[in-house]
Design a protein around this ligand. Structure first.
Ligand code: PLP
Length: 398
């Protein structure tokens, strides 16, 4: 009875959360740690959202359960927002409100996969995708694209990975961890290829409004209308409205998939916290001004961090055009003495540990994203912190 299931033993802990919690624990112990680990904006949730939540707290109708797939009015505004951004009409019935985008990822694979079904995951990937696939009995099939091709998937490589068991592919652009915004050509090619081979497309659009320079998010359902019947969109309020702790995300899917996800949710969580849904309603129904303001601030930091990283001998960082991550190739720092103690690191994972222990700078090793040899730096932190963190990294490394 003491034995854990194979299912859970097979799952890796979330490395991004692990780095973040170690950094937070070091901070709590009084150490001055600079955290590039967390994937959360350092801005407060907008006032009008907090006000809506505070009012909701005072209204006893919100002390009840909501319908399992979410408040009807929230599902309506999500459907409207999907038309506005993702570029095609969906009904509120197709929306399921989940406990963060993370649960939307989990539920999607639970309802789509049978044992042994394969999911093609363009790599570097967001750390939870393969684990969510495995938890549903599926097999993650990783297809790597490096910094040399701007981290854009190569259609020929995707096709080479396709088998009879391929059930789905994940599209995540703007991308975590690379910050890449995939080109319209790449997204369109993936959409057409998926239609041709009857492969589900899971489009994680959570960073949709964070792009820089000339990059624009290409929405696969708009670019390839034929794919809409086999498309599941994942999204949430965490990044767009600076609301990670409120835990509201959603999926938008063809009706049978949405109904199945709702059935699952009925046994798992019943519904997302009512007050959080009220806050999300205010956010999604509101303007995008706050995310545009955040984007401006992130853009300044993006330029600063990319310049600082590339100034370090042994580090190469392509310029990201989306999300709030810089994904740097650090292979040039491996197998050579670093810092005052002359620490030698054989992998990016050892490097991240030494950087945190010795220089008190937290970054997530590429191993967490299927890409050893890289470190991910989230630049969702204050400008002075960013500058100080880069100063420490540079003086430790060189
Ligand atoms: N998808 C991607 C690519 C993410 O980076 C994240 C969060 O880091 C999520 C989904 C889920 O976010 P949340 O569960 O906070 O809504």
């Amino acid at each position: 009875w003491q034995t854990l299931s194979d299912r859970i033993n097979n799952v890796a802990p979330s490395a991004t959360l692990a780095v973040d919690s170690k950094a937070k624990a070091m901070k709590a112990a009084g150490l001055d740690v600079i955290g590039f680990g967390a994937g959360e904006p350092n801005f407060p949730t907008p006032d009008y959202v907090v006000d809506a939540a505070a009012a909701a707290c005072r209204d006893p109708k919100n002390y009840k359960y909501t319908p399992t797939p979410g408040l009807p009015e929230l599902r309506e505004v999500i459907a409207s927002k999907t038309l506005r951004d993702s570029g095609f009409e969906v009904s509120a019935d197709q929306v399921v409100v989940t406990n963060g985008g993370k649960q939307a990822v989990y539920s999607t694979f639970q309802v789509l996969l049978n044992d042994g079904d394969e999911v093609i995951i363009p790599t570097p990937y967001w750390t939870s995708y393969p684990e969510a696939v495995k938890l549903a009995g599926g097999k993650p099939v990783l297809v790597f694209a490096g910094g040399d091709r701007g981290f854009e998937p190569d259609l020929a490589a995707l096709e080479a990975a396709r088998t009879e068991r391929t059930k789905a592919i994940i599209v995540n652009s703007p991308n975590n961890p690379t910050g890449a915004v995939w080109s319209p050509d790449t997204i369109t090619a993936i959409g057409k290829w998926a239609v041709e081979h009857h492969i589900w497309i899971i489009s994680d659009e959570i960073y949709e409004h964070l792009n820089y320079d000339d990059a624009k998010t290409t929405y696969i359902g708009a670019a390839v209308p034929e794919c809409r019947d086999q498309l599941i969109i994942l999204n949430g309020v965490a990044k767009t409205y600076a609301m990670p702790g409120w835990r509201v995300g959603w999926l938008v899917a063809p009706l049978p998939v949405a109904k199945a996800a709702s059935k699952l949710q009925g046994h798992m969580t019943s519904n997302v916290a009512n007050v959080s849904q009220r806050a999300a309603l205010a956010a999604v129904a509101g303007p995008l001004d706050d995310v545009y303001a955040m984007r401006e601030a992130f853009d300044v930091r993006r330029k600063a961090i990319v310049a600082a990283l590339n100034d370090i001998d042994g580090v190469v960082c392509p310029t990201p055009t989306g999300a709030f991550y810089a994904f740097a190739d650090v292979t040039g720092l491996l197998n050579r003495p670093l810092g005052e103690q002359g620490t030698v690191c054989a992998s990016s994972s050892e490097l991240a540990a030494a950087l945190l222990d010795e220089a008190h700078v937290a970054a997530v090793p590429g191993e967490a994203f299927g890409a050893p040899g890289y470190l991910r730096f989230s630049y969702a932190l204050a400008d002075d912190q960013l500058a100080e963190g880069m100063r420490r990294f540079a003086s430790w490394a060189n």
